[in-house]
Design a protein around this ligand. Sequence first.
Ligand SMILES: Cc1cc2nc3c(=O)[nH]c(=O)nc-3n(C[C@H](O)[C@H](O)[C@H](O)COP(=O)(O)OP(=O)(O)OC[C@H]3O[C@@H](n4cnc5c(N)ncnc54)[C@H](O)[C@@H]3O)c2cc1C
Length: 416
Amino acid sequence: MPTKSDVLIIGGGPVGLSCAYYLLKSGRKVTLLDAKEIGKGSGSGNAGHIVPSHIIPLAAPGVMASALKWMLDPAHSPFGMKVSLDPNYLSWLLKFVLACSGANVQRSINPLNDLGQLSAKNFAQIIAEEKFDCSYQEKGLLFLYKTEQAFRDGQHEGEFMQKHGIPVSVYDKANVHEIEPAALEGVIGGVHFTGDAHLNPAVFLKLLSGRVRAMGAEMLENTPVTEFETANGKIFKVRTSGGDFEAEQVVLAAGALTPSVARDLKLNIPIQPARGYSMTMSATKTMPSHALILGERKIAVSPVDGLLRFTGRLEVGNYSMIPNPVWIQRIENSAREYLHLDEKLDVKETWAGLRPTTPDGVPIIGRSPKHSNLILATGHAMLGLSLGPGTGQVVAELVNGREPAFSLSLMRLERF
Ligand SMILES: Cc1cc2nc3c(=O)[nH]c(=O)nc-3n(C[C@H](O)[C@H](O)[C@H](O)COP(=O)(O)OP(=O)(O)OC[C@H]3O[C@@H](n4cnc5c(N)ncnc54)[C@H](O)[C@@H]3O)c2cc1C
C-alpha cells in the first residue's frame, strides 16, 4: 500500500525544510523525502549569509564582460564554466547571456526584494519563536575593497540598492579599519549592508529539521524520487526506491537536481548547478567581527561559533560535490590579501555545494503549468538559505489556496 499524506515535499534542503515548517504551521500533514541526508545537501557548508540586500540578479549587464576578463586570470577567477555540448547546458548558457541586461535587472528587483524582505522577517521570527541557538547575528554584511575602482563600483551598487529601500553605510579607510580591525592595511574602504545577518547554516538546518519532525512530519532519508504516475494533469503516485507515495499536493524542492527529477513529468526546468567551495578553520588571533565579502575576489567570510569560514567560486555546469583542493588553496590565498590571518590555519572542513541556478537569476516558485497538484520551489542559486523561509511561507499559501504574500507572477516557470 502506498504511504498517503496531505503534502509530499521532495528535497530536504533549506527550501524543502522551510516549506515543511510553514505547511505544518498551517495545519497540513507533511511527508518529506530526501535522496540523501536531510539538511546536508548544498545548504550546510555555505556561508550562512542572510542577505535581503541581494536584489540584483546574477544575470546583469557587465557580467559577461567580467567573466571574459576573469578568464584571462584563471588562478584568481571567481567564475568557471564546464565545456560541454549538452543541449540543455547550451540552451541554459544562451538564456543566461540574453538575460544579462538592464531589463532583466529591472524585472527581477521587485520579486527578489519582496522575497528577501519576507525571508529576513521570517528568519528573525523562527529563530526567536523556536529559540534556535544557531549563532544568528544581525550585524549586516560588509564588503571590503582594496582598489579605488572596485570601491567606486561598490558604492554605486550601494546607492542603487538604497533607492530600493536597502539600508547601506559607506566607510572610508579610517572608518572601515575602525569597525573591522581584522582588515589588512591594503583595504581602502567598505560598503556595509546593515540590514543583513548571518548564522551557522548547518546548525540552523539541523534545528529546523528537528522542529519539523517534532511538529509531526514524516521524514525519510536515502529515499530518492525516481518516477511519477500521472493522469489528467495530476500526480497520483510518487515512486521512490523505498516504495510509492500518494499525496493531495506535491512540492518539488530538489535544488540543482530538480531538472532530472522533473524530466519524468515532461517538465523542462532550466537550472544548472553552480558549484562553490568552502573551507572552515579554527579561530585566528584576529577574528573578523562581521560577515564579509572580499570585494575584488568575491570571497565570502563568516565568523561563527569561534570558527572562520571562507566560501567562493561559481563553476557552472559541474555536478560533482567533491571539493577541489587547488581552489580551496586559492580561496585561502585570496582571503590573505584582505585579512589578518594566522600563518598556519587549522582547517576543520573543506566542502563543495551546488547552487541551483536559473538563467535569469530569479527562483522558480509557483504551480506547475502541466500538473494541478504540483508546486515548484527551486532555482534560488546563491540565495537558497537566505530566501528559504519566505519561500516556505508563500508555498504554504499556494497549497492552502490563499493569496501569496506578494505576486509570484515573475517567478513562474512559464517565463522561460
Ligand atoms: C559555496 C556556497 C556558498 C553559499 N552561500 C550562501 C549564503 O551565504 N546564503 C545563501 O542564502 N545561500 C548560499 N548558498 C546557496 C545555497 O546553499 C543554495 O541556494 C541552497 O542550498 C539551495 O537550497 P535547496 O533546498 O533549493 O537545495 P539543496 O540545498 O540542494 O537541497 C535539495 C535537496 O534535495 C535532495 N534531492 C535531490 N534529488 C532528489 C530526489 N530525486 N529525491 C529526493 N530528494 C532529492 C537533495 O539530496 C538535497 O538534500 C551557497 C552555496 C554555495 C555552494
